[in-house]
Write a protein that binds this ligand. Sequence first.
Ligand SMILES: [Zn+2]
Length: 328
Amino acid sequence: MKNKEWLCQLSKLTSLPYYEECRIFGNKSGALIATRDGYIVGIGLGKAPGGHAAVKMLLRYAKAQDPQQIKQALDPAKGKFKLVTDPTTAALVRTYSFAKPDAATVADQSRELLAALKTSAVAINRKCEECGKADTEMVLLNDLPAYYCSSCQIQLKQKLDAAAIEYENLETNLPLGLLYGMGAALLGSIAWGGVAYLLHRIFLWGAIIIGLFVAKAVVKGIGKVTWSAKVMIGLLTAASVAFGDAIFYTLSVMNQSQVAFMRALKVVLATFWRLETDADGGLVSILFALIGAGIVMYRTRKPAFKARFLALGTPATTLSRVASLPGR
Ligand SMILES: [Zn+2]
């Protein structure tokens, strides 16, 4: 069954209005959104973490002290859904492989969950979730259906704009980043070369750890991830693994030819590029280290300081009802 058809059917079964344009679950088929007994209910189709097709459900309530208690209350009613709760929202995900789950089953499930929610969470009751102002309109706040009065919308936008400016103005300390980064890179090299020499093998996940370590050190020193931080992280990470390989070759030369460290290192560095590109895994380990560095850069990237408020629009189900009224 097509997504829209399935959602229409579910809309009839639950009498939740169907908004074709609201992509609260990221899927272009839209979602069912409504307030039931003072709680916000949203159901739609989307992707589970990992990309699996899934039916998704949101239940939203007034800010709760103990989301774990709400989870416990909802657990017996969740059926095949996976459930996560935070202070204002219970998010439910049910994956499926071929056919979508029966719409009637999902409709029953949503009713059971709502009944369980009533025993454990306080309803929002159309009050602004920020200041408690009564008779507020439901809006989409960054694609999350929420009750936010107009003055709180303005305040949140201003707050986030201020936070964005503050982030832009954050002091950065490049020399400290370089110092921390070089220290981390050198430690990484010694560990990498030492382990390779002692155990006679390399571990690619070790390279990832070096990338993580160097990137964390640079970010800690600089204070935030800027373009210069990214370049510094990339170069120092690659250098750390490459120099680690050099240490490994040097230790091997020292052992074979009974020469001092510096002399062996000189010999190795003279032919380093050939050694590195000839050896198994030389460049691959650098690549893995950069993956590790990339993970840190992604995790510490600039936060999204944006509050986008959207009206819900008109649900498709009401439109068709209006269209089918006699005399129209
Ligand atoms: Zn408000």
